[in-house]
Structures are given as structure tokens and as C-alpha cells.
Design a binder for this molecule. Sequence first.
Ligand code: ARG
Length: 576
Amino acid sequence: MNETVNRCEAQLADWLQQAFRAAFGEAQAWSGIRVQPATDARFGDFQCNDAMQAAKTLRRPPRAVAEAALAALPLPPMLTRAEIAGPGFINLTVSPAWLAEQLAALAAAPRFGIPDAGQGRTVVIDYSSPNVAKPMHIGHIRSTVIGNALDRLYRALGFRVLADNHLGDWGTQFGLLIQGYRTFLDDAEREALTVEALERVYVQSYNRSKEEPAWLDRCKAELVKLQQGDPENRAIWERFIAISRSEFDRVYRRLDVSFDLTRGESYYNDTLPATIQTLQEKGLAVESEGALVVKLDDEGMPVCIVRKSDGGFNYAATDIATVRSRVAEFNPDRIVYVTDERQQLHFRQFFAVCAKLGYTTRLEHVWFGLMRLPEGTFSTRQGNVIKLEALLDEAERRALEIIKGSNSDMPEAEQKELAAAIGIGAIKYADLSHDPQTLIVFTWEKALALEGNSGPYLQYAHARVCSLLDKYAEQVPGRDPLGNTLLLNEPVEKALALQLMQFPAAVLRAAEACKPSVLADFLFGLSQTYSSFYQRSPVLKADEAVRDSRIRLCAMVAQVLAEGLGLLGIRTPRRI
Ligand code: ARG
């Protein structure tokens, strides 16, 4: 995925490569010459930094190399200027007409030119993955939101994506839960079972197991029965999963998140013995103090335990078996896991084990820092875990308050729908606008701010462009702005066009680096350029040809904002 995706840059690089060939003859090195956006718009629109490298190959001073290359060919029509600066940077200024043509072609391409980088290759994205019988908490929101943005990005880039919600639905906690469920709940509570009740049961059962060895033994016995397939325990366990899933699904619906697969850890149970046996046969797993471990000394890591001393398989064993199953079934190019930073060692360890097993699938752990919440952020608190649903409720409540203030004449149902789009969008954007690997301190003021780098700000920016388009439609009925002729004579118009051209590259970079923040940054930058364009260049009041051109630029901005926010999983209502 390293090719230049920006069509302007690709053509300019092509021309420069020819210039180097004309000046210095054929050489392999010239095909590496690239062009990128100018770091400073005062010097040009694009720049090439490769003359310095070429100078080394040619053993000549870099400026002389750049000069000779530029002198070798006449300036093509796409350029109005090509200049050398500093030690040998080549600065290129493109002609407005050519840029307009390039932009028009991009806008005509599906999804504003997002390239087919995936070409049908498969990516498994393992995200959200909460644990059964526990409420989804604030830690799961980042996995869900980041994972879902990656899911959308990869899909848009032509990958076959399998979004897999790897539920934590197996483990020793089920012994405690089953025993507690039978003991601590009455018939009515069992009938109307909720995840909250299960969480209470767990805490109670756990505490009792610490005080009363006989209780712990009973829990262990229930676990063994479950593992051996006892129908009654199995039915109770399945009920825990069903109740949890319906609660998770409520959250996913509100977040516009859906999965292709929801295979819990238990799905791989039957394959664990064979997986571990392979490790043993290959001499990779050895006994150590009763447990079975894979040594990772060469990798500089502690041993990876794959079977505990009590004979039970653990988290690592399940993850290794999961890779094996996914590779066999889907033959993925890569598997991406999204979890919080505390699991880094676990992933590095089992990735190392998979490498030893000979798996070549690229395994990537996208870890994120936990979101910190200043005291008093939420109105509803339960123990120390903040329930995700409470967070979403609060976001919608606050958004509704704002909307009631600004759109008092809007019907209530519409206000509520808008509040959901803005409230949820605010939460998602507060997360996605940061590099995943940073700690976020979440505040409502920032998340819901109408100015600055926030979700609502971008949604408003989009809606304002849409309303401008509506006014144009009233003024010039029946004309599609996308058919208008583009004129890019003003510097702000050109700047906006150059920035729009960067959309496909931003999408690609965000996916490549597994950082949706790259796209968020791009969208924020675009909306800022748009706002200075809008302040300096009247649209509807301009002369006809200029007006028509500018409204076409506006239509493109609306299209890219909607497309881009859509890739982040953020809705873009046309009217706010
Ligand atoms: N269930 C785990 C948790 O809540 C996350 C699982 C991540 N995926 C994986 N394949 N290990 O922390």
C-alpha cells in the first residue's frame, strides 16, 4: 500500500522522473522520486525532496542536480512554476486549470477516489470483545469505537473485513456465577435476569469464596460440570450469554456498530487440546512447574503459559487456537486486535508463539490508553465501573439540551434523533480524534464544544455547507453543482482544492497506521480551510461563473465531510 495515491503527486513525480532521466540518463534510482504536498504554501503547492539523495548517487552538489533536472525539460502545462530552494528542494506550483481537472476527476470517482488498496484481501478485526455477565464499561468504548472505525476504513479500501466480537464467554468465573445464581437470586430475579444482577452475584460469590473454602469447592465443582457439558449448567451459561448479548446489542445499535462474527472464546474450546499438542510436537511447549509454557528468551519476554498447572487452558491458549482457526478458515492478510494497553505483553507473547508455529499472517495489536474521566463527569455511577449506557444517555441528554436551545421549533422526535447523532458523534469523535496510544481526559465541554476540534463542530460544518447548497438550489433551480465548471483563481480556492485532493491518501494512511485520528485530523483541517474560504469568498453573491464554481467546491466539501465522518462511524445530519 505504498504507492502514491494522490493523482496530482503521481503525475508530478512522473514528470520529475522523466526530467532526471533526460538530464542524467536512465537509472533505477529515478523511479524512487516522489512528490508530496508542500510544507509551506508560500513556496508552492508540492515539493520534491529527492534531489539530495540523487546528488549522492551522482556525486554532485544537490542544487546543481536539481537545476540540471529542471533545465532538461520544458515546463509542462500542469505547472506554472518549478523552483529550487535551500539545499535542493524542488518546489512546484500547479496550474489552476490542471488542478481543477484533477479534482473533478477525483470527485467523479466512487467514494471520492478512495483507492482499492485491499483488492479483496482479508482482514480480521477483533474488537469490542467484552466479557459476558459483566456490564460493558468505559474501557470497552475505545475498543468498540476505534475498532469500528478501522472496520469501516478497511472496508472502504476494498478489503474483505471480518469484524469479530471475541466475547469473553469462558473461564473460571462461570463456576462462581452458576453457584451464585442458584443461591443468591430468587425465582423472580432469575426470571427477569439482567447483567447487573449477574454482576452482583459474581461479586457476592467471589467474596464468599475468599472466606469459605467449601463455597469455593462447590463453585469449582459447578465449573467442572459446565466444562463436561452438564445440560443444566450449560443451559444456565447459555442464558448468561444471551442476556449479556442482548445488552451489548443495545449499545452496539446506539453506536451503529455491527459484527460479521460473534465468536466467543468458547467457540475454540474443542480445538485447544490439538493446538497445544502441536506446540508440544514441535518442541515449542515444555513442562515447567506443572504448567506448560513456551519459552520466549530469544524474544526477551517471559514465558508464555499455555496450560495452567491445574490442567486448564488459558487466555493465551485460546488466542493461539483462534489464530489457527482464523488462518485456516479465512486466510487473512492480517488480523488486527484492539484492546487497552494493559494487554500488550499478552499480545506480544502469543504473536511470538504464532511466529514460531510458522504463521505468516500479519498480527497487529492496536492498543490504546485508558480514557480518564474527571470526577463528576457522570451523573450515574455504579460502584467504580461507569456503565457505557449511562455515558451514552448522558451524551444524548446534553446534546438534546443544546438542540432545544438552538432548534426550539423542531418537532420533538426530530430533536431526539438529532440529539442521538450529535451526542454519540461527540463521544466517538472525542476518542477518534486522538492517537489511540495517548491517554484521553474526557470532558463534556470539549466533546460537545461547537467550536474547536469536536464531533459537533464537524457535523455543524457539514450541515452549514448543506444549507448553502439548499439556498443555491433555490436560487438556481434544477442545476447540479457537481456539473459546474471549476475555477481556482483565488489562493483560498486553490488551497481548498489541494486539501480535498488529499482525502484518499488520508484514508489510506489512517488504515495503514491503524490510527483513525489521521483521518480526523484531515477532516478538521479541511473544515478549517473551508471556513477561511467561506469567510473570504462570497458564494451566492459572487458573479455567476465564480458562484457556480464555488458552490461546486462546497458540494465537494460536503461530500468529503460526509464520507469521512461516515468512515469514523459518525452520522452527518443535513440539517442541524
Ligand atoms: N475480553 C477481553 C477483555 O475484555 C478482550 C479480548 C480481546 N481479544 C482477544 N482476542 N484477546 O479485556
